[in-house]
Design a binder for this molecule. Structure first.
Ligand code: AMP
Ligand code: MG
Length: 512
């Protein structure tokens, strides 16, 4: 046992810290804090000199019941310069499988939980500062985040939320002239992330891998009591909760696949116990469709390629099941049978969800035999034509069922026109089987699932370059555009375009 582990475990005899619920405006609900050691340690943020707002998410602030104008007091809190009243900030411990390799010791190396609150709608929200300085889990790194990657996380998590994808969110982004050393010197930034919970698969792996089985139940019960209250106290709650997490994860990845979203670092420490998209690093929405697209330059083996994501999601669930096996039954054999059954739920949930989502994208109300073939043929056309994924799907809604003319819009995205025209004949035949629908109604439905605006890498890059020069207006503009991804926004038409040639190969890597 190393020093860090023994320090954590020696604290575990103490109960969770006493926290007074007395913040004037927001009721604190310190559920996670009350778990106490060894689940987390108290750590104060490192102050950030002369913080400046790059963006404040007034919409989310209002949802949280905060003053939407970002008062001076809140600014200091969100930069890590002042504590949230009556809450002692904490860093949690976890482990994880990174690119398939076991890493026994991770944890919040640069993230600190600064509050747990109850929103006016009754939901719980945890607030974390990312980039607020080192913690006992920093493993020699600086605990900081750079402006570049913070802008990407900020924009993408809010874009995903607007797209309807379960995700952590971002409340604020502050920067400072303080230098951070990566490949070059970059400005520091602190993002305030918000989620109902930041518990990851890797939290369970930390305890399981050390044989600390008695610590698994309090953690699982915390997640269940706070976030799956319908399962609270039930004798079979662990299996029921795992079933839900596995199915939510499968459905989440079905959403990623049908939006052309690549996560980039699908390590088990980046997988949420609530099935949220978590940890935005070298992610990317595909421009041209490619089944083997790898968005992360650091992923040389292509482990997390677009086409591999569904399988990796299931593998990650297998790691969660292994780590929680002691919760399933005291009888090893029975636990094994249950775990196998739960593992199988992933494939079932994924196949149903992904096929329904593809059907929605093609304007089909239900999935019929043969539809999968229609989808695969279309994706093959996109791949051979290096066609833009998002635009091609958006244009599909313009195809008329009873018109034998050329399918304008989407046809211009294609290279193999003969194969495409043959596909359109079959697509129109399939559309004619749909009952009670006309082209206008179908187009409207399709435009609610095929976004026009996504966070393309080049759009983020333009905003980053300007922000690094002190102009944050493009970040704000993108926040406006991406908040309504499914609406036509004629004034922002150019934001739907694929990247210009000089911005086609933006490299994103694990460096952040
Ligand atoms: P990530 O690749 O961002 O998911 O991070 C993997 C692990 O490394 C997590 O435990 C992070 O907290 C930690 N980490 C990443 N960057 C830093 C940093 N600059 N300082 C301290 N810890 C870090
Ligand atoms: Mg991470």
């Amino acid at each position: 046992m190393n020093d860090l582990e023994s320090a954590l475990l020696s604290l575990s005899a103490e109960s969770g810290r006493e926290i007074v619920q007395s913040y004037v405006d927001l009721p604190l609900v310190p559920h996670y804090a009350q778990l106490g050691a060894p689940y987390h340690v108290p750590v104060d943020p490192t102050p950030l000199p002369e913080p400046q707002f790059v963006h404040f998410n007034a919409g989310l602030a209002a949802e949280l019941g905060l003053d939407a104008s970002a008062t001076a007091e809140l600014t200091d809190i969100l930069a890590g310069n002042e504590p949230w009243p009556n809450y002692a900030p904490l860093a949690s411990v976890y482990a994880g499988h990174q690119f398939g390799r076991w890493n026994p010791q991770l944890g919040d190396g640069r993230a600190l939980m600064i509050a747990e609150i109850q929103r006016p709608d009754g939901e719980r929200a945890e607030l974390q500062l990312k980039g607020a300085g080192p913690t006992p889990f920093s493993r020699g790194a600086d605990g900081r985040a750079v402006l570049r990657s913070s802008i990407r996380e900020y924009l993408c998590s809010e874009a995903m939320h607007a797209l309807g994808v379960p995700t952590t969110r971002c409340l604020s982004l502050v920067t400072s002239a303080q230098p951070v050393f990566r490949e070059t010197v970059e400005p520091a930034a602190v993002v305030c992330r918000v989620a109902p919970s930041f518990v990851r698969f890797g939290h369970f792996e930390w305890f399981y891998s050390r044989g600390l089985y008695a610590q698994l139940a309090p953690l699982a019960d915390h997640v269940i009591d706070a976030h799956f209250p319908h399962l609270s106290g039930q004798p079979d709650r662990y299996a029921a909760w795992l079933g839900e997490v596995i199915e939510r994860t499968a459905r989440l990845i079905a959403q990623w696949q049908t939006l052309g979203f690549c996560h980039g670092v699908m390590n088990t420490d980046n997988f949420s116990a609530l099935g949220l998209t978590l940890d935005y690093g070298p992610f990317g929405f595909m421009d041209a469709f490619r089944q083997h697209h790898v968005c992360n330059q650091s992923d040389s083996a292509g482990r997390y390629a677009y086409g591999a994501q569904p399988e990796v999601g299931q593998w990650n669930c297998s790691r969660l099941l292994l780590a929680t096996r002691p919760l399933l039954s005291e009888d090893q054999e029975e636990a094994g049978v249950l775990a196998t059954e739960l593992y199988g739920r992933y494939s079932d949930a994924y196949s149903v969800a992904v096929m329904q989502r593809w059907a929605d994208k093609f304007g089909l109300r239900e999935v019929l035999p043969g539809d999968a073939d229609l989808v695969i043929r279309f994706l093959t056309l996109l791949q051979s034509g290096k066609s833009d994924f998002t635009r091609s799907f958006r244009h599909l809604a313009r195809i008329r069922t009873d018109n034998d003319g050329p399918a304008t819009g989407v046809r211009e995205e294609m290279a193999d026109l003969e194969a495409f025209d043959a596909w359109v004949v079959d697509y129109r035949a399939r559309l004619r089987i749909e009952q009670n629908t006309d082209d206008a109604e179908r187009a409207e439905r399709m435009n609610r699932v095929n976004p026009k605006y996504i966070l393309r890498n080049h759009l983020a890059q333009i905003a980053i370059t300007q922000a690094e020069e002190g102009d944050y207006s493009e970040v704000a503009r993108l926040m406006t555009v991406l908040a309504r991804p499914y609406d036509e926004q004629p004034e922002f038409e150019a934001y739907a375009n694929e990247p210009p040639p000089d911005l086609r190969r933006i490299e994103v890597s694990c460096s952040s």
